[in-house]
Each structure stands twice: as structure tokens, then as C-alpha cells.
Design a protein around this ligand. Structure first.
Ligand SMILES: [Ca+2]
Length: 492
């Protein structure tokens, strides 16, 4: 692998605010921002990571380190002991204007052996700035080497016509499921109401889609448009509809700006947060080959020829090749509720079932309105019990990504505050304990149960009661305080 983007250790910072964090881990007060009834059964560590301004996403190594991407191009590496190392200069000519920048990261399924992560970055030549790169974190140090010569997703791969833009609505979500890399790409913006941007429904363009590629960037033979010769196409946002060969990387379409998506290993279903234009935010659930509505629908708002003022000479399910009815969201909400959805996931793993009172929830957020909400999900995960969401947490700092770590905890990345918080069940017990770890967030190594201790940032988690917590109790300390003292000693 060409090491053209090797980073250097630029900065070391220890976690500060020992006392504050110890308080934050104390029962009840820790979850001040969690809404009832979740505050009774979950605990929140407020600063798993801090000082990572413009944070966009987090992924976990098998050795206890976590990588936090930042829109401005740096990667913050969090060591298991809480030490933070900042690596900069990885992506030459990174465009950080508007919504562009370093937008996402996901760990390779074998990251424990190969140290590999995938990054979504807005760089490269003009008109080819939606790119996914592979990078390797050195085993014994913090040098991160990006393979700039061989982007996994870029026009130079000569798969499809390349991704238009970038402008805004850049997407940037990454997920790996069953050995395939899923990439969320926005529609480049240039929207109005009614919208004239056709990219979401043009199947010769990767924009406004969830793409699916092999880890080397090649096209899986079972992608939904692989055997389709000609599809409905367009050449630009306002052009006439046409007919051309498909971009075979397309997995699902009809999306405006899929800002974070997740695949449920229990059902293979895609759960997508799609950011709306000026009226509705949505959570949509579906599978390969589905059309999720945009630009004909914004949430449940029909803005097509049939029900609105859209002038794109088609309706959602008429005149397309291949024909698809549009899939309605399972949940949408108006501007009075929120302004920019951040898709989440269904937390599973030890303790979550009891923490949720035996129910199942999909947890998502709103970047602009600073909350986390929860949708009750059917026990079989095949959709929601109700289209109405309930409050999960009042937050601050702009939640930009929600991932589940290898310790089954929920990690929320905040762009504005540059923090990552960690939410976990207070009691690691229940019917979901004793087996494998979390069912998957797409950004954790598989089969690393030993990682739980290292990745855990908060000693109040009773999963570790046999170790540090027991000693802490003997010393008359709260487990959290003991862990923090240890950490404090290890850093400058
Ligand atoms: Ca939709």
C-alpha cells in the first residue's frame, strides 16, 4: 500500500476535569440529559472524548483505540486509557467548505488484524470529490497511512460516471455489513421547493443513493441494478429525463441527503435518516432496490405532479425504468420538531433489553435541534410499533453520528462541541447477556469480546464489577472515580 498520507503525532492531551467526570458517572446525575424513563436504566458518560472539534464519526479498533473523524480533516485517536492523539494532514486538498470535509469512518471487519479503516473525504480533482479511501493504523503507534492512489470510491475507479458535486448534501455515512461497504451519498444540493434536483431518482448517478461495493471498490454481482441494461437517467440537476446504463453500485435510491444509515443484522433492513428540504425529516426502512421517494416525496409530504407542484414530468411510481413504488418513511417530523435528522440504530447486546423494559427501540437524533428520540420497534425488528417517537435525551453540541461500540454501548458524536458521549445500560444483565457482543454497528470489529474493558469509558458500568469496580468498592470509591484516577495517572 502506498503510504502517501502518513500522519504524524501532532498532539497529546489528557482528559481533564477528573472531578466533573466522576460526578458525571455517579448514579442519576450522570443521565441528566437522558429523558425518563431511560434515565433510570441508562447511564451517560459526558466526555468519552472531548476536544475533537467538528467531529463527524467514530469507529473502533480491536485494540481498544477509537478513531474520531473531524470535518476539518484531522483524525483523533482515543486510546483505551483515554489519551487523545490528533493526526492531521491525511487528505491533501480536502475541501471543507459547506457540508464537505472528512465526513465518515468505518472499521474493516478484520481491523484487529489489518488495522484498516475506510474514510469518506471530500477531496480529489474537481467534479470527483466524493471519495472513500482505505487507511491503515499502525499496530504499535499512531501513524495512519491513507492509500490515496487507490480510492475505493472515486470516478477514477471507472465504475459508473462518478459522483456529481460536491456542493452540499454530501452524505458521508459508511457501514460494512457481511463484507460489503455501504456508502451514503447526498444529491449535491441545489434543491428548491418544489425541487428540481433529479439526482435522487436518476439511476445513472450515484448521488442521492445508498451505494454498495466490495471492500476493494468493485461491484458485487448481486447489486439490484447489475443485470439491468438501461435505466431512467439524467445528466444534471435540471436536465430532461433520459435512458442510460445504471451506476451498478446503487443499492437504494430516492434519498436527498442520507445522513447516517444502519443495517440491522437481525433483518438485513436498512434504517436511513434522510434530511429533508424545508419541511419534513424522515426515518425510512427498507431493502435493496427500493425507491425512498425523493424528490417526489419529502417525508410523507407529496410534492409530485400528483399531489403537489413538482414539475419533473413524472410521479413517484410512473414513468421509471425500472418501475418502483416509493417507500414511505416509518417516521417523519415537521420543522417544529427538528430540522436535520441524524439516523441512528437499534441498540442491542447485554443489558439493553432490560434497560428498555423488554421493548426494542431505534434511537436517532436531530443535529440542528439537539435531541435524541426513540421509535419503538417490533420485537422481530420488522418495522416500528408506532410512527410516533418518544424523547430519549436532551443534548447539546449537534449530534452528527450515533454508533454502537464493541462494548455494546451507544456512542454519540457531537460536531459542534467536539465531544463523544457514551450511553450504556446501568445493569449489564438480562436475557441478552452471556452471548456475543453487540449485534453490530458496522464500525466495530467482530468477535473481540475482550475489548469491552478497554472500550468502556465509564466505571459505573457493572459489566466490569469483577475487576476495577470490586477494588474500587474495597477502597471506598465509586467505580467511576477509581477508573478515572487510573486514567489520570496515565496521562499528562
Ligand atoms: Ca423519503
Amino acid at each position: 500500500m502506498a503510504e502517501l498520507g502518513s500522519g504524524t503525532r501532532a498532539e497529546r492531551r489528557g482528559l481533564a476535569y477528573l472531578a466533573a467526570l466522576a460526578v458525571a458517572c455517579a448514579p442519576r446525575t450522570a443521565a441528566a440529559s437522558l429523558d425518563p424513563p431511560f434515565d433510570a436504566t441508562l447511564t451517560e458518560e459526558q466526555a468519552f472524548v472531548s476536544d475533537a472539534g467538528n467531529a463527524t464519526d467514530i469507529a473502533f479498533h480491536a485494540d481498544g483505540r477509537a478513531l474520531i473523524t473531524r470535518k476539518t480533516g484531522q483524525v483523533t485517536i482515543r486510546h483505551a486509557d483515554g489519551e487523545l492523539v490528533e493526526v492531521a494532514g491525511l487528505f491533501p486538498n480536502l475541501d471543507t467548505t459547506s457540508e464537505k470535509g472528512l465526513l465518515g469512518v468505518v472499521a474493516d471487519p478484520n481491523v484487529g488484524k489489518n488495522g484498516t479503516f475506510y474514510f469518506y473525504a471530500s477531496n480529489g480533482p474537481t467534479e470527483d470529490r466524493h471519495r472513500v479511501y482505505k487507511g491503515v493504523l499502525e499496530a504499535g503507534g499512531d501513524t495512519l497511512s491513507i492509500d490515496l492512489d487507490n480510492p475505493v470510491v472515486a470516478a477514477s475507479r471507472q465504475v459508473g460516471p462518478g459522483l456529481e458535486g460536491p456542493a452540499n448534501h454530501d452524505g458521508g455515512g459508511l457501514f460494512i455489513y457481511e463484507g460489503k461497504l455501504y456508502v451514503g451519498v447526498g444529491d449535491t444540493g441545489a434543491n428548491t421547493e418544489p425541487p428540481t434536483n433529479k439526482y435522487s431518482s436518476c439511476l445513472n448517478k450515484g448521488n442521492g443513493k445508498i451505494l454498495r461495493v466490495n471492500l476493494d471498490g468493485s461491484v458485487p454481482s448481486d447489486n439490484p441494478l447489475v443485470s439491468t441494461a438501461m435505466v431512467t437517467s439524467c445528466t444534471s440537476t435540471g436536465s430532461e429525463w433520459g435512458t442510460d446504463a445504471p451506476d451498478p453500485r446503487i443499492f437504494a435510491w430516492g434519498l436527498r441527503n442520507p445522513w447516517r444509515f444502519w443495517l440491522d443484522p437481525k433483518t438485513d433492513l436498512l434504517w436511513i435518516g434522510d434530511v429533508g428540504e424545508q419541511q419534513r425529516e424522515e426515518i425510512s426502512v427498507g431493502r435493496a432496490g427500493m425507491h425512498f421517494g425523493y424528490p417526489f416525496f419529502q417525508g410523507n409530504l407529496d410534492q409530485s405532479m400528483a399531489g403537489g407542484s413538482l414539475r419533473l414530468d413524472k410521479t413517484c411510481d410512473q414513468g421509471f425504468d425500472p418501475p418502483r413504488p416509493c417507500t414511505a418513511p416509518v417516521h417523519d417530523y415537521p420543522r417544529s420538531t427538528g430540522v436535520s435528522v441524524t439516523g441512528g440504530l437499534i441498540p442491542t447486546g447485554c443489558g439493553w433489553s432490560n434497560a428498555f423494559g423488554g421493548k426494542t427501540y431505534y434511537v436517532f437524533g436531530d443535529y440542528g435541534s439537539n435531541w435524541l428520540h426513540a421509535l419503538e420497534v417490533r420485537p422481530d425488528h420488522q418495522g416500528v410499533v408506532s410512527a410516533n417517537a418518544v424523547g430519549f435525551a436532551h443534548v447539546s453540541g449537534g449530534p452528527a453520528s450515533i454508533r454502537q461500540g464493541p462494548d455494546s454501548a451507544l456512542y454519540v458524536v457531537y460536531y459542534g462541541s467536539g465531544t463523544v458521549t457514551r450511553i450504556a445500560p446501568r445493569d449489564a444483565s438480562g436475557p441478552d447477556c452471556g452471548g456475543a457482543g453487540a449485534a453490530g454497528s458496522g464500525n466495530m470489529p467482530a468477535g473481540d469480546p475482550g475489548l469491552a474493558d478497554d472500550a468502556s469509558g465509564c466505571g459505573c458500568r457493572t459489566a466490569h464489577a469483577g475487576g476495577s469496580a470490586a477494588l474500587a468498592a474495597a477502597l471506598g470509591l465509586g467505580a467511576a472515580a477509581w477508573v478515572r484516577v487510573r486514567r489520570r495517572r496515565n496521562v499528562r
